[in-house]
Design a protein around this ligand. Sequence first.
Ligand SMILES: [Fe+2]
Length: 324
Amino acid sequence: MMTVQQIFDLAIKMGIKADPRGGNGIEEYLENIKKEYEGSRPEEKKYFDKEKLTNPYADSRIHTGKGDSKVSRVMAGIDIEGTELLLASQLEERGKKIDLVMGHHPIGKGLADLHAVMDMQVEIFEKAGVPIHVAEKLMEDRISEVGRGVHPINHYRIIDLADLLKVNLMNTHTITDNLVHNFLKKHIEKKKPRLISDMIETLLDIPEYQEAMRRGAGPKIFIGNKKHRVGKYVLEMTGGTSTSDKLYKELSRYGISTVVGMHMKDTARTKAGEHHMNVVVAGHMASDSLGMNLFLDELEKKGVEIVPCGGLIRVSRVSNKQGK
Ligand SMILES: [Fe+2]
């Protein structure tokens, strides 16, 4: 039987394997964190988050509970809030003891540190052809903006609740977003969609997107035309949260025609449109679910039962079983 810690370690391992920066990129990242730690003054060391020395995903962590707790049933959701935690604690009375609650979106310190994972976007955009100095400067501004944005949030409200209910709680955000990124990259490379309509069809091969379509939030052209050619495209599936609106001008200038993302705010859509880009939004909950499912399948293979909640469209790829 797996423990809470083993589950989280497996998540990190899978996240690194699928990371758009590659194994060397992660090593370099962790090396820099180590240098930062070693070079810091004693009064700074006191507040240094040592988790960062081994976990390259600051927005994902174990929040409550003991690492050595055994897990045979996981309640997994995209958004875990107080209601889900109360439900988890109540299910025990109904003979369905939940050993671990696993959310996707950042909570607790993971939310306070959301911006810390965003520098991976620099590499995604550099690979797409944007010069490094442009990608770095635009991301620097956006990262500090996100950092200011999450700062006032009541991050620990949910953690307090999990503590009181004695529920083991973790979240895996960029870790499973990396899994989506990698999965879709391979799938699109295989299918080679020529037109935007083909890109939508390509996404609709995947059961999570089919279900999202039924639920009213499937793949959608946010800007552009289904008859347009896809051209060179960039995937916006991982890297914390939405990028700088200013990047669309640069992506267009350096040869990218289409963005395929999880979601896009209207100010970004306007910018992408001004620079003649096509934007295909795959769907937020469906994309987040796909990433979580790819990880949850590994737990299922090890005999862990999965109880989906909180907006997770559960599709199991273990023995082709398809659930909701
Ligand atoms: Fe998300």
